[in-house]
Design a protein around this ligand. Sequence first.
Ligand SMILES: O=C1O[C@H](COP(=O)(O)O)[C@@H](O)[C@H](O)[C@H]1O
Length: 246
Amino acid sequence: MSGEARPDPRVERFADSDAVAEEVARRLLDVLSVFQANGHDPHIGLTGGTIADVLHRRLAELSPDSNVDWSRVHVWWGDERFVAADSDDRNALQARRALLDHVDVDPALVHEMPSTDDARDAEAGAAAYSATVRASGDGELDVLMLGIGPDGHCASLFPHHPALHVEDQVATYVLDSPKPPPERITLTFEALNRSKAVWFLATGERKADAVAAALSPGEVRDTPARGVRGSAETIFFVDEAAAARL
Ligand SMILES: O=C1O[C@H](COP(=O)(O)O)[C@@H](O)[C@H](O)[C@H]1O
């Protein structure tokens, strides 16, 4: 993270994953509504993973009763699997099925990371996404949502991986992910840390060690989730099982 001081992360604990998804969905819709009431078209970063799918479904259910104009929301991703666009492994396809196909997003504002249909390899895909982000403005996300793997990875930044050390790039690529599928595109730490609000979502006992590590001092290379903090806020939305080691 760049030199400026950032607020310490806050932890918000909930009974279970449904309660986490309910709170994050309601909070996100409220935040988006306020941005739009103030004339700002918000930029959000979606994540893949287990809790993300629960969240996306709840967002789709609650959106009709909100004031959010989804046609004015810019949608980005923190990472993506470099597979075919119609693969069930795609974070974007997961989000479309659960949320984006159920709200009136403007397709021009939904910025999927390249798939094997769009780019010759993950490196080219990462370069293309970097160019897309740079062309959109300053790359600042208003709200970035991230999952955490049991190993402490976030986005597709895995422990002790060279991608952790990529600088002066918006997105980079991974060819040997320890978690399948092996090939991925991910925003770099520099890009992730341009976010104003970072919301980590973690539920389940298998995330307890990673959540505790992410919130304790130590090397970022050991627990990459230590390395992403919002300029305005960082909140860990966790259930009691994932909070068990706090
Ligand atoms: O592979 C990935 O893993 C993380 C965490 O996923 P989870 O299923 O353990 O919650 C996810 O945040 C990331 O977007 C995804 O590509």
